[in-house]
Ligand binder design. Structure first.
Ligand code: AP5
Ligand code: MG
Length: 219
């Protein structure tokens, strides 16, 4: 099952990815997570990416395309992958298409989580993340079941993302809006786009994702 989760910042890509990974055991490839991990380890890639992430801008296509190209050659993706936050530009979409062609595989679905902009700002302002396992929560919409304890790993340390400051959030949404419209059109033309109303309870969104994925099996 070769899948893409598409949506503006805060649309719920990471949240749905957690559900999808648990249900379908498919590797989750989030370019944002890759950049954040590189930054944590202070690698040259992380330090380069930080300049763009802090400004709410996109990391250059060439850098991002190379990372994904290498990742898609790893053994664990041979039966499927879930891309989250990639591709994000038409250039990246074309690069992915060429990569997949070289690997002799095809996308099964591009799931577009559509959420109104006003909601996104509120979601990102309330987001917090388990510092141990990376599970994502929201102060109001999606809190941990036991206050201060991660549902997933029992961790008790949480943090907010550096790029969730209000001024960066607005920039991120603006930068991604134009690109996302183009990607929606692109994948629609490719015949693989499925749009989901993302402004609902995360479990209801996932129920629809499951309907879409019904019948699709690991390659
Ligand atoms: P990335 O990490 O991908 O960030 P993003 O696209 O801005 O998306 P987010 O991770 O902020 O949101 P999400 O859709 O995952 O939402 P979540 O599930 O967390 O990228 C970060 C940066 O890296 C980019 O700005 C760029 O600089 C760089 N980058 C990454 N990929 C790149 C690429 N391909 N090219 C170039 N640069 C790239 O949910 C958000 C909140 O809402 C949470 O609190 C959650 O609990 C809550 N929530 C989720 N679903 C629901 C729901 N249904 N109802 C209510 N609340 C919900
Ligand atoms: Mg995310």
């Amino acid at each position: 099952m070769d899948l893409i989760l598409l949506g503006l910042p805060g649309a719920g890509k990471g949240t749905q990815a957690e559900y999808i990974v648990k249900e379908y055991n498919v590797p989750h490839i989030s370019t944002g997570d890759i950049f954040r991990a590189a930054l944590k380890n202070e690698t040259p890639l992380g330090l380069e990416a930080k300049k763009y992430m802090d400004a709410g801008e996109l990391v250059p296509d060439e850098v991002t395309n190379n990372i994904v190209k290498e990742r898609l050659q790893e053994d664990d993706v041979k039966d499927g992958f879930l891309l989250d936050g990639y591709p994000r530009t038409l250039n990246q979409s074309e690069a992915l298409k060429n990569n997949l062609q070289d690997l002799g595989r095809e996308l099964d679905a591009v799931i577009y989580l559509n959420v109104p902009k006003e909601i996104l700002i509120e979601r990102l302002a309330g987001r917090y993340i388990c510092s141990n396992c990376g599970a994502t929560y929201h102060k109001l919409n999606n809190p941990t079941q036991v206050e201060g304890v991660c549902d997933n790993c029992g961790g008790t340390e949480f943090h907010q993302r550096d790029d969730d400051k209000p001024e960066t959030v607005e920039k991120r949404i603006k930068v991604n809006e134009e690109q996302t419209d183009k990607l929606v059109e692109y994948f629609n033309n490719e015949g693989v786009l499925v749009e989901i109303e993302g402004n609902r309870d995360p479990k209801d969104v996932f129920a629809e994702v499951k309907e879409i994925l019904q019948g699709k099996t690991l390659n």
